[in-house]
Design a protein around this ligand. Structure first.
Ligand code: ADP
Ligand code: MG
Length: 702
């Protein structure tokens, strides 16, 4: 943009001015702001507070409640410096309520310590904790009140913003303040067309922004803390709308391309069906038809197949792959873990070799010459390729990729999906995409999380499954559980013993599994027991898994590496250690490893006492139902959707104000308004996306 054009643009839209246009923002502050994705004035308007601190009032020490944050005013009564384990400063302050609060510091310098002299008056703010001798605050924010003066209180809630190293709250809040001074009138700011907005009775955008950044002294503090204030709801609506538009746009971009129409003669598919030891369920047949219909089009398929654990998604994927092969194209299947990819590979070998197709195995751990050979085969047109995301990394190219299948999508995320699709790009043509997920998501959520995909649901389990009986047992009764394993295995059944840890450390989890392995080996000397965890060599893991699948091992001690996809029909007992630490979705996945054969299966959830209320509620849900969708809805109720969708891994659904569990009621309107905007107001839709996507991303994408 030339300077004069830029000036004209800024005059029309004050939000477009760079942050450096604000008083006091020099290059170094601008740099910190850029790190937060804040490039122009408008980005600051939409940099929303994470939470608020209430410094408008003083709470008497006697009324403090543990877990809450509060502001206290008091006089220093005693100061104690200790070095018991590490340097420590402990200051006792008292107030008119005749109670004492301890302030504790582990990091402090001399001048800080010297400010606290008995008799001096301070105002402090922080979270109240249970101390040794009553309430305490660790590292409070504090201010000395000069003698004879009284404490100055804020007249409104203090917003706390997401920030970055080296940029303090005060400074950031000051910049946001100055940006807000340039906020244009409502008409100029609003992007959601009136006719769509008015029936929804949403707050005006200008009011909403001013309220969340500068809550009035009489603002509804409780509503603000819960994110339920009309101002926050208005912004949540807009954010969800933007997210929806973004996914729809992504979809439109992919769908603008051509794709090869994959409609073979059905020869390979019939041969596979003829050789399967079972008939497809009605649900599988329906989903296969939907997939085949999409594949025959000359537009890229974007379809998600959702099906509970054990619903039989793999064979649906295999049939889709064969449709591609029949049409003379390659199909690739990508799974999130080595173990799962390998399992698919074994299934595909079993099913496809008799048809004269040799699936190619390519994972991160295939190295050296084997890797080169595999890559060469892929480049030369190997029909079916299976692997982990090493597949989608550089250096692997396909000759003619017609279909990309991605298993357990929640582990990947939109971007990886696009990379794989990019791999198969041939001029204007892109591969069809089939995504499989075992995460059952309530419908409203699915429409938001997967707005870029069409959804097919396998809502029926294969016949002959016996229900799994689930019990929750305290770890104190561990010995009984071990006896239960002995009894089951003496009847020829097999058992899993899964060790879980809350820390996401492969090493600690592996150690826990080693310990359990030693314990079980000592207690069950007549049984053969195997061990798999993430730190073993792939060969060892493979051998152990194969031995367990072949029935040579009675018990498999494992970490959560077995969470997804492992399929051993004779295994009918599942013990999960520290079950109270896992989320419902994960427990459901684990439990889905049993109940695959015809013997009655059971699942023992071992827990450590004391149980939190949340943990108790979760275990109760597991005992009550084995319906993945019901469990998903409960999970959503209990914990919110972030963890459930596995977004920790993908960062896909991180919202600034919106919270899918809290704001799910907005979603139907979001979808309605989204469709209407794309159809009738594409330019406003475009601007809305630019507004909510931070500056840094905008530049990266440019
Ligand atoms: P998931 O949907 O969890 O990936 P799988 O595809 O691994 O489930 O299938 C689970 C088990 O059910 C496998 O052993 C598979 O061979 C078997 N299976 C799949 N479809 C049917 C069916 N229609 N009838 C009987 N068994 C089936
Ligand atoms: Mg599977």
């Amino acid at each position: 943009m030339s300077p004069s054009v830029r000036r004209a643009a800024v005059a029309a839209d004050p939000g477009a001015a760079p942050v450096t246009a604000l008083a006091g923002v020099g290059p170094s502050l601008a740099q910190s702001l850029h790190r937060l994705g804040l490039a122009c004035v408008q980005d600051l308007w939409f940099h929303l507070p994470l939470r608020y601190e209430d410094r408008t009032r003083i709470t008497p020490i006697r009324d403090l409640r543990v877990g809450e944050s509060a502001q206290v005013e008091g006089v220093v009564e005693a100061v104690e410096r200790g070095f018991r384990f590490r340097p420590q400063l402990r200051v006792a302050i008292g107030d008119d309520s005749q109670a004492t609060l301890a302030l504790r510091f582990f990091h402090f310098n001399r001048s800080q310590a010297e400010q606290f002299v008995p008799g001096a008056r301070f105002v402090c703010y922080g979270e109240i904790r249970h101390g040794m001798h009553g309430p305490e605050i660790v590292h409070p924010a504090y201010r000395r009140v000069p003698d004879g003066a009284s404490a100055l209180l804020e007249d409104r809630l203090t917003p706390i913003y997401p920030t970055t190293e080296g940029l303090g709250q005060k400074r950031l809040a000051g910049v946001v303040e100055r940006a807000l001074d340039r906020l244009p009138p409502q008409e100029a700011l609003e992007l959601i067309p009136d006719d769509l907005r008015e029936p929804l009775h949403l707050a005006s955008l200008r009011e909403a922004l001013l309220t969340v950044h500068r809550p009035a002294p009489d603002a509804d503090v409780r509503a603000l803390a819960l994110g339920q204030h009309p101002a926050q709801q208005r912004l949540a609506f807009e954010e969800l709308l933007t997210h929806h538009l973004g996914l729809k746009r992504l979809r439109a971009q992919v769908r603008r391309h051509r794709a090869a129409s994959l409609s073979g003669d059905g020869r390979l598919r019939s041969a596979l069906l003829a050789q399967l030891p079972f008939a497809l369920t009605a649900a599988q047949q329906r989903v296969v038809r939907e997939v085949e219909h999409d594949l025959a089009q000359s537009k890229p398929m974007l379809r998600l197949v959702q099906g509970d654990v054990g619903s039989g998604k793999t064979v649906v994927a295999a049939l889709a792959a064969l449709a591609a092969v029949e049409a003379g194209f390659q199909a690739a299947l990508v799974a999130p873990t080595e173990l799962l990819a390998e399992q698919h590979w074994r299934n595909f070998l079993k099913w496809m070799q008799p048809l004269g197709i040799e699936p190619t195995w390519l994972s991160g751990k295939v190295q050296g010459r084997a890797r080169e050979a595999a890559r060469a085969a892929v480049a030369a047109g190997a029909p079916v390729v299976i692997g982990t995301h090493a597949l989608i990394q550089d250096g692997v190219s396909f000759r003619r990729l017609g279909l990309a299948i991605i298993d357990e999508q929640h582990r990947f995320g939109v971007h990886q999906r696009l990379t794989l699709s990019e791999k198969g790009r041939d001029g204007d043509a892109v591969p069809h995409q089939l995504v499989l997920t075992a995460t059952p998501i309530p419908r409203t959520l699915a429409m938001t999380a997967y707005a870029d995909l069409d959804v097919s649901v396998i809502d029926e389990l294969p016949p002959g499954r016996t229900p799994i009986q689930t019990v929750a047992i305290s770890n104190a009764r561990r010995a009984e559980v071990i006896e239960r394993i002995r009894a089951a295995c003496s009847e020829g059944r097999q058992a899993y013993w899964v060790c879980t840890l809350i820390e996401e450390s492969e090493q600690l989890e592996a150690q826990a599994a080693e310990v359990a392995f030693a314990e079980l080996t000592a207690a069950l000397q007549e049984l053969r027991i195997g061990l798999v965890h993430g730190r073993l060599k792939p060969k060892e893991k493979q051998a152990t898994m194969a031995a367990f699948a072949a029935g040579e091992l009675s018990v498999l001690v494992a970490t959560t590496v077995i969470e997804v996809g492992v399929d051993v029909p004779n295994a009918s007992l599942m013990v999960v250690e520290n079950a109270e630490r896992l989320g419902l979705a994960q427990l459901h996945q684990l439990r889905g490893r049993v109940g695959r054969g015809s013997t009655a299966s059971s699942c023992v959830l071992l827990y450590q006492t004391p149980l939190s209320q949340m943990a108790r509620a979760r275990l109760e849900v597991m005992r009550e139902t084995s319906d993945g969708f019901r469990i998903a809805e409960k999970d959503l109720e209990l914990r919110g959707p972030g963890e459930m969708l596995g977004t920790r891994q993908t960062g896909q659904l991180q919202f600034r104000v919106a919270d899918l569990a809290r704001d799910a009621h907005l979603l139907p309107a979001v979808q309605r308004v989204g469709e209407a905007m794309l159809r009738d107001h594409p330019q406003s839709a475009q601007k809305l996306m630019a507004r909510w996507i931070g500056g840094s991303e905008r530049f990266a994408g440019a």
